[in-house]
Ligand binder design. Sequence first.
Ligand SMILES: [Zn+2]
Ligand SMILES: [Zn+2]
Length: 254
Amino acid sequence: MKIKVLGAFGSEGLGQRPSAFLVNDRILVDAGTVPGALTVDEQLEVEHALLSHPHLDHVVGLAFLTDTLASAGARRPVTATSVEPVIQGLRTHAFNNVLWPDFSAIPSPSAPVLRFRTLAEEAEQRVGDLWVTPVPVDHTVPTVGFIIHDGEVGFIYSGDTGPTDRLWRAARGLRGLRALVIECAFPNRLEGLAATSRHLTPSLIQRELDKIPPDLPIWIFHIKPQFYQETVEQLARIDSPRIQVLEQGKTYTL
Ligand SMILES: [Zn+2]
Ligand SMILES: [Zn+2]
């Protein structure tokens, strides 16, 4: 399984793009950046967008992707996929003909460039050629992480979350898991802000380690651009060879 890091950050900075991953060229996992990291031909290959929650740093690239698909005469739609409150949030607050056009009716309601699909919580469902289980995590709005696998290998994607439990419980004992992709938004001195905004810091991640399946490599993303250096240094001080900060633009293979 191929995972390309389109955007590795929890906001936008100079050359630092909001969070998005592309799995096997076809399935987005969050969509904070899409056209900013892919050619038009690559965008036309995207079939599904798994979305953890509707915050802009995870979905704004989907808005611009649908714009590309409509203007490039795409042959097939992209399907925005998540649990019900996330899909409802996107329909009500983003693709509502106010903030952005309703691309689920463009160019026509019968053949739009955007479709929506609702997944059941904590049930394994087929998305493209992968198996996906959405599991609620702990953020300021309804948010899910995903357990994603292809039948042989897979990974856990935590999206935005503070300290959490259900996702780790759901992953316990699963075979073939090769990595945990997890957020870290703020440095330790902003733990108060992390608590209010339901995010993680290096020391909160250290406390999560005991709950996370042992030996699983931990791939960090979603550091806020303005705190990047400080946060990376604190992560490096956690005495665990499991921890690695993901590099934007790089493709990781499981
Ligand atoms: Zn975020
Ligand atoms: Zn968020």
